[in-house]
Design a protein around this ligand. Structure first.
Ligand code: PBG
Length: 330
């Protein structure tokens, strides 16, 4: 047999593999999702997410100095609120936890891209991302509250608000609200194709935000988060969010939806973010703990696959560890 082309020639040595590598992960691709809690000097480990913590505002600032020092350009903040009510009042309180966290961070690290989650679930007694009216998550009433929440973050100085609630029309409404109040520089990273996924379990543990089991409370988020079986619908959702003014669109989770990321990359020019969620993080950690996979290699392979699929930026709990590894190896 006369072989003319031998693909193995380009795999012979590490330098040759480096020269022909198609996808290279950079620290600049990473966004670190972080949890904020009340108090001072608090750095509380999260049981359901080993290696992750709830930080009080002062500790958050300290940690972000390290994070930014490693070259990570963005952090995405979630509030851990014990004060929950039917109307999610603490979600938009001027002096609420996230609002204070943003002020402190922007004062200490003005160039760090500070992003905030916009959704009501950490602040409602029932754990849904919107308001519950007559047993249903009410769309338009929720959008009004989400706009107030986004505005309160903008007033605190946030760079990007990141609505994760999946209500219809919220991107356009938030864009208008921001612009009307003089916040045209505040960006929107829209969770556009967010699926009703089992992989959010550890996160809901971290925020005590799982939908409560009670009469009149829908037990899951399937009436607003997407059916995992659908990809055409994801393209429609992304197109809508772009029309409504999203600066960045997101696919979430990442690993079970790499095809959605790839398809979005083909169809749209808008920057794409992918969220390597808590359950995906947990799978790697759990398998590594059992000695079934090597943690660092699983981390690199996972994050590289998400970038290869077409993501411009990746929200990941591995951000700090990955940034450290990149620093050691490059
Ligand atoms: C809620 C929200 C969730 C996540 C981000 N924002 C959970 C949910 O929708 O129930 C999940 C993040 C993760 O699992 O890492 N608005």
């Amino acid at each position: 047999m006369e072989l003319t082309y031998r693909p193995r020639r380009l795999r012979r040595t590490e330098p040759v593999r480096t020269l022909t590598r198609e996808t290279v992960l950079n620290v600049g691709d990473l966004i670190y999702p972080m949890f904020v809690t009340e108090g001072a000097n608090v750095r509380a480990p999260i049981d359901s997410m080993p290696g992750q913590f709830r930080f009080s505002v002062d500790e958050l600032v300290r940690e972000c100095e390290t994070v930014y020092g490693l070259g990570i350009c963005g952090v995405n903040l979630f509030g851990y609120s014990e004060e929950k009510d039917e109307r999610a009042t603490m979600a938009y309180a001027q002096d609420g936890l996230i609002q204070r966290a943003v002020r402190a961070l922007k004062a200490a690290l003005p160039d760090l891209c500070v992003q905030t989650d916009v959704a009501l679930d950490p602040y409602t007694t029932h754990g849904h991302d919107g308001l519950l009216i007559d047993g249903e998550v009410a769309n338009d009433e929720s959008v009004e509250v989400l706009c107030r929440m986004a505005l309160s973050h903008a007033e605190a100085g946030v760079d990007w608000v990141t609505p994760s609630d999946m209500m219809d029309g919220r991107i356009g409404a938030i864009r208008v609200a921001l612009d009307d109040h003089g916040f045209s520089n505040v960006g929107i990273m829209a969770y556009s194709a967010k699926y009703a996924s089992c992989f959010y379990g550890p996160f809901r543990g971290a925020l005590k935000s799982a939908p409560v089991k009670a009469r009149g409370v829908p037990e899951d988020k399937k009436t607003y988060q997407m059916d995992p079986a659908n990809i055409r619908e994801a393209m429609r959702e992304i197109a809508l969010d772009i029309e409504e003014g999203a600066d960045v669109v997101m696919v979430k989770p990442a690993l079970p939806y790499l095809d959605v990321i790839a398809s979005a990359r083909q169809s749209f020019e808008t920057p794409i973010a992918a969220y390597n969620v808590s359950g995906e993080y947990g799978m790697v950690l759990a398998a590594a703990e059992r000695g079934w996979v090597e943690k660092k290699r699983a981390m690199v392979e996972t994050l590289t696959s998400i970038k290869r699929a077409g993501a411009d930026m990746i929200l990941t709990y591995f951000a700090v560890e990955m940034a450290r590894l990149l620093r050691e190896t490059t």
